[in-house]
Design a protein around this ligand. Structure first.
Ligand code: BES
Ligand code: ZN
Ligand code: ZN
Length: 483
């Protein structure tokens, strides 16, 4: 699909799409649009109310199809993306090879969201079907999407939107890939390729190096799998950077629970237990693509939590990169173990000014916040505020949960420095974060995001749950506001 900026309707405009907000200007805007596109305002007005997720198709006296999209009263950017994504997804087979989106009535920043949504509408989940649906004309190479806008820098907005949507779709692919097509090495290869393409450095620590550098917690979790663990270290540095931001992402390519094996109900969803890694990969790729004036370090401990004679076991006492010892109570609490090494590796080797980790860490967080918000944990009020604000802006909601020291009791061990689970099914998202905190060297500017409920969401674009790329637009917004 080619995306062009146009300032007047042209012959490619076989279908016209325009979106409307339910505000005091709605009637006037609709009236103007009906006049522009030869529609009967009174009839259109009876059917189309501009409610969020509504779309209505009209046929004009000029033999054009005009599709009106509702944006509701106060949409956030994700609502707008979703409105366009739904339209392009649902209408996919009916759209010809030329579509024009008239964005003249929208605020400038929304043009980006309209383009991202339209592109995401072309994303298919049927990668492994032997008979694929086949791409519809608009999403083929010669398909043309015109953006009708009087804004001079519309082309810049289009390029940015394309960059974001392309990375998001790559991240969807990574998230949706099944465990037999996705190993720790797959994540490493993805990072290496992306680094080459967009000009940032990637270093992969393989098993031997993990051993010599003593990333013993990561090694312990990965020891039951035939796919060895890796530590992926990425660095993007702009010459204008003032701040160093470190990102850590949980990269468990499949979580069986290990010897503390999970029940089989929904175990297949654990192919998405690398949602934190995916968010970090996507964010660094985009920062490099968009040349953000930041210095970013990404650290991804990646492994598979498998069941095997060699697997680590409950009661094991393992070491860690920090030197602290850990008593294993439950091998299904593996995310915090590999993050312990990832966080400590980051803080010791790079001393970032700000440190954020993302992980599909606990079922407890899903039980608390459902699929609609991720847990936000930090002792730094300013960081909490900036992250929550970024999330409100992008529609990736964050909700802060406490990190009081009283919860440390849950992870004290009789035999080792710390244990990986309290044994009680209470406040699990909080005690998991208290565990992580032990390995941050008291970093004053650290936040943990538990994205267990949001990374692989209940989304309207798929009958089953699928990858959302949660965290990518959020971190991009956070980084852009920071500089
Ligand atoms: N990967 C899971 C957390 C998870 C649950 C992610 C649901 C996405 C959806 C994690 O490794 C895990 O198994 N956590 C356990 C920890 C418990 C054994 C202390 C949990 O939350 O039940
Ligand atoms: Zn687990
Ligand atoms: Zn897990």
């Amino acid at each position: 699909m080619k995306i062009n900026h146009i300032t007047q309707l042209n012959a490619d405009s076989k279908v016209i799409v325009q979106s409307f907000l339910q505000d005091e200007n709605f009637d006037g805007q609709l009236q103007k649009s009906c006049a522009d596109y030869a529609l009967n305002f009174d009839l259109v007005n009876q059917d189309f109310k501009a409610e969020l997720k509504e779309f209505q198709i009209f046929h004009s006296a000029n033999n054009q199809k005009v599709i009106y999209v509702g944006l509701g009263e106060k949409p956030n950017s994700l609502d707008i993306i979703k409105a366009f994504r739904t339209l392009f997804l649902k209408q996919k087979t009916k759209l010809p090879d030329g579509v024009t989106i008239d964005v003249q009535n929208l605020p400038n920043e929304w043009i980006e969201y309209a383009v991202i949504g339209s592109m995401l509408g072309g994303y298919d989940l049927d990668l492994y079907k032997t008979e694929r649906k086949g791409t519809s004309p608009i999403f083929q190479k010669d398909g043309v999407l015109n953006i009708l806008s009087s804004l001079e820098n519309t082309n810049d907005i289009i390029s940015r939107a394309k960059a974001i949507a392309k990375t998001q779709m790559q991240i969807f692919d990574l998230m949706n890939a099944p465990a037999n097509k996705k190993t720790p090495q797959t994540l490493a290869d993805w990072a290496v390729n992306s680094g080459k393409k967009f000009g940032y450095s990637v270093n992969i620590l393989e098993k031997q190096q993990l051993k010599s550098q003593k990333l013993e917690a990561l090694l312990a979790v990965g020891q039951g799998s035939e796919h060895p663990p890796v530590l992926i270290v990425m660095e993007y540095k702009s010459p204008e950077a003032k701040q160093k931001v470190g990102l850590v992402g949980k990269g468990v390519t499949f979580d069986t629970g290990g010897i503390s094996i999970k029940s089989s109900t929904n175990m297949h969803l654990m192919k998405s237990d690398m949602g934190g890694a995916a968010a970090v990969l996507g964010t660094i790729e985009l920062a490099a693509k968009l040349q953000l004036p930041v210095h970013l370090i990404g650290v991804i401990p990646a492994c598979e939590n498998a069941v095997d004679g060699k697997s680590f076991k409950p009661s094991d006492v393992i070491g860690s990169y920090s030197g602290k010892t850990i008593e294993i109570i439950d091998t299904d609490a593996e995310g915090r173990l590999i993050l312990a090494d990832g966080l400590n590796y980051l803080v010791k080797n790079y001393q970032p000014d700000t440190m954020i980790d993302l992980a599909t860490l606990t079922g407890s967080c899903v039980a608390t916040l459902g699929y609609h918000a991720a847990g936000l944990f930090t002792n730094n009020d300013e960081l909490a505020q900036n992250l929550a604000k970024a999330g409100d802006q992008t529609g990736e909601r964050l909700w802060r949960l406490p990190l009081w020291d009283i919860y440390k009791e849950d992870i004290t061990s009789d035999v080792a420095d710390v244990r990986n689970y309290s044994g009680k099914p209470m406040a699990g998202a909080i005690s998991a974060t208290k565990f992580l905190e032990v390995f941050t060297e008291n970093h004053p500017n650290w936040a943990h995001l538990d994205i267990a409920g949001t990374a692989f969401g209940d989304i309207e674009f798929a009958p089953q749950r699928a990858g959302t790329a949660f965290g990518v637009r959020l971190l991009l917004e956070f980084l852009e506001k920071m500089v």
